[in-house]
Design a protein around this ligand. Structure first.
Ligand code: SF4
Length: 327
């Protein structure tokens, strides 16, 4: 495992940024977001509310793996705090009993997240800005976004963790970078996101600073198979997310369309890179496209798909989050 920080330094860095560790081994974390704070005060909801009906004040943002195997330029996390190296990562992913760490059990993580979320929102109780109804609802979280930091498929019991949340009557979103197609094959969250950073391998290598292009293509195939296999009301909804970085990956809409056709997702989220956190050390403010530019690029992709027989259109957008929904 390649680390440029000691475990203690890493923990401190993440804690300073508002991440709260869950479990005994400290590889899982939760964090409340800006939209939860707004939603609990009745001051608005995040774009996931508008697009998918999620109430931010009832949503737990968590990860079972603070580690990641890519080093995306646009990542707002401190990469040096949680990047795992390619060689070691092979061991992590393929070993039946992972070598470098002892992993917490899925039920311990699920319970820990719910408990920690309740503790975090308890601070809102005394505020006069808090909506009483929203606060009561927030104490019974209904949704888990497994997407906070790191790559969740590196946790070897992700499937069981999703089932733990579902058995508690909660829905789940999983956001993956697509580097572990075997895990994608296995899991069935309520909604599965795959982040597609580029229309071709050369740009992928620049943006993600990693060497997993063939695995990502395999994951796109896996997503397509998942969709055609499970045509029931409870099947996993599939989403491809494209984070647009001006001057880097907002090119070759036909290339994106070719890749998107493989996965044939229910939704495509075309979203602006946001110039925040540690990404400011790697990208300039000019890399953050305006909403109108994102909308135009989303249209270009939808048109390229439609031209090749897959009918997709822009169906929604959130200007404040600079995101456009294509479906
Ligand atoms: S895959 Fe996600 S968590 Fe990993 S470096 Fe890229 S943006 Fe960050």
């Amino acid at each position: 495992m390649i680390m440029t920080m000691t475990t203690k330094e890493r923990e401190k860095t993440l804690e300073r940024q508002g991440y709260h560790f869950v479990g005994t081994q400290k590889h899982s974390a939760v964090k409340t977001c800006l939209w939860l704070r707004r939603s609990i005060r009745g001051e608005g909801n995040c774009y996931k509310g508008e697009f998918y009906g999620i109430n931010a004040h009832r949503c737990i943002q968590m990860t079972p793996s603070i580690f990641c195997n890519q080093m995306c330029l646009h990542c707002w996390r401190p990469l040096e705090a949680f990047t795992v190296g390619t060689e070691e990562e092979e061991v992590w992913v393929s070993a039946p009993v992972p070598v470098p760490v002892v992993w917490d059990a899925p039920d311990e993580i699920a319970e820990g997240c719910i408990k920690e979320q309740r503790r975090l929102i308890s601070g809102f109780k005394g505020s006069e800005k808090t909506s009483k109804t929203a606060f009561e609802e927030a104490s019974i979280p209904k949704h888990v976004a497994i997407s906070l930091i790191g790559e969740p498929t590196l946790y070897p019991y992700l499937d069981e963790l999703i089932q733990e949340f579902h058995s508690r009557g909660m829905t789940t979103f999983v956001v993956t970078n697509g580097t572990n197609p075997a895990v994608l094959r296995k899991i069935n969250p309520s909604q599965l996101y795959l982040s597609l950073n580029a229309p071709d391998e050369a740009i992928y290598r620049i943006v993600s600073q990693a060497d997993y292009w063939s695995r990502i293509n395999e994951s796109l195939n896996e997503m397509g198979r998942k969709k055609s296999r499970t045509r029931t009301r409870t099947r996993t909804r599939t989403v491809i997310r494209i984070t647009c970085i001006e001057g880097l990956n907002m090119v070759n809409s036909e290339g994106y369309a070719e890749l998107l056709k493989i996965a044939n997702p229910d939704f495509i989220e075309v979203k602006a890179y946001m110039h925040i956190g540690y990404s400011r050390r790697r990208l300039s403010r000019e890399s953050m496209p305006a909403h109108a530019r994102v909308r135009d690029f989303a249209r270009e992709i939808a048109e390229a798909l439609t031209a090749s027989g897959y009918v997709y259109t822009v169906t929604d957008e959130s200007e404040i989050s600079r995101v456009v929904l294509v479906s």
